[in-house]
Ligand binder design. Structure first.
Ligand SMILES: [Zn+2]
Length: 67
């Protein structure tokens, strides 16, 4: 199984594992806290659209600190 160490979309390295397969070691689900992308470890993401920071700035509200 592929071990992910960075977000396939924005290359952020502090990704979180949020779920595991019921049968151990089949797949994991990861989430990127930077671009909110969620993917399963077994997905083929070679042709993924890379996160475009400039486009995101125009399309989304800016990130805000909580509180
Ligand atoms: Zn990301």
């Amino acid at each position: 199984m592929i071990q992910w160490s960075a977000c396939p979309r924005c290359d952020y390295t502090n990704i979180k594992k949020i779920a595991e397969s019921p049968k151990e070691g089949v797949w994991d689900v990861y989430r990127c806290p930077r671009c909110n992308y969620v993917w399963r470890s077994t997905e083929n993401l070679d042709s993924i659209h890379k996160y475009d920071e400039e486009l995101a700035k125009r399309a989304q509200r800016p990130f805000r600190e909580r509180g």
